[in-house]
Design a protein around this ligand. Sequence first.
Ligand code: ATP
Ligand code: MG
Ligand code: FE
Length: 349
Amino acid sequence: SVILGIESTCDETGVALVRGTTLLGQGLATSMGEFERYGGIIPEIASRAHLESFLPVLDAALHEADLDLSDVTAIACAAGPGLVGSLTVGICAAKALATSLGLPLYGVNHVIGHLAVDALAEGALPQPCIGLVASGGHSNLLLINNIATDIVELGGTLDDAAGEAFDKVGRLLGLPYPGGPHVDRMAQSGTPDAIRFPRGLAAAKDKDRYRYDFSFSGLKTAVSRYLAANPLPDDETARKQAVADICRAFSESVNDSLSAKAVAAARDNNCDTIVVGGGFAANSRLRELLVERAEAAGVSVRFPPLRLCTDNGAQIAAIGAALVEAGVAPSPLAFGPDTAMPLEQISVR
Ligand code: ATP
Ligand code: MG
Ligand code: FE
């Protein structure tokens, strides 16, 4: 069977074709460039861009896969969580295709797609395993008993997501939007231990109650207090180093929490694999620190290749394929966008 996946939760329009765990072809467009001057996404512009991009992106995916629409056997689209207008465009396109071609349609969870996509790179996930989703909107630990049917949410951020915190600190430091990748790059030339910022929810009183939870907003406040007390120097070289040192200490705090808690979740639940997903999975320090700590605990870590970490159609097609394989019933055609789709809901039933 050939699954066509459609992603449109935010500012990426993605379409991909998958057979089993093989990615046959994909197309991708983004309206991110439009938002640099606003410093954030304007939902109406993103929705309009999805409308304009959908057909060219669909053609690109079919062309790369060397397939025709008549080869497709099921369709999956992101049903949530995300922006209501963006989601609506993808869902309408998916329903139009499914209805006209007479194919089953699955409305699926975008965030679970960030984890499911790893199967396209390294084969099916060992189950149970721990999922760490770290993106612009999420930082969660999940127990994946079965990627198509059984996911338990262990915990997540109480405030900002990891990517969101990076973006906000990037803005505080005057780095371009979105700040995440810039903060990551600057951190690499920061002096280790020049500054130390606090870890959220690490206090003894929080250790049990918030064992699998994160909090990054206090850390962001610590960065802005530090900046107020230590203004950036005017000299360009000195300024660059000061920014790098702050990025380094900030990145260390975020990644210390993410990696320590992910490894604890794996140990507690007898899982020998952690799969990481979401745009923040591109973070270089997370890749180092988590692998180091997981290895020490006898746990292996899987990161999707960089191009599959940020939003794309393959993540949606990957869950679609898992749902078909598991024999899960398609979604009733009447579903609409679920902007706050719960993480334990893998597809619309
Ligand atoms: P969600 O999946 O929760 O709905 P989203 O789709 O907006 O959110 P993604 O596209 O998965 O999020 O990820 C984008 C986020 O990842 C942004 O916040 C971006 O700054 C961050 N990001 C990307 N690369 C890096 C990096 N190397 N280091 C830190 N953050 C990064
Ligand atoms: Mg995005
Ligand atoms: Fe995403």
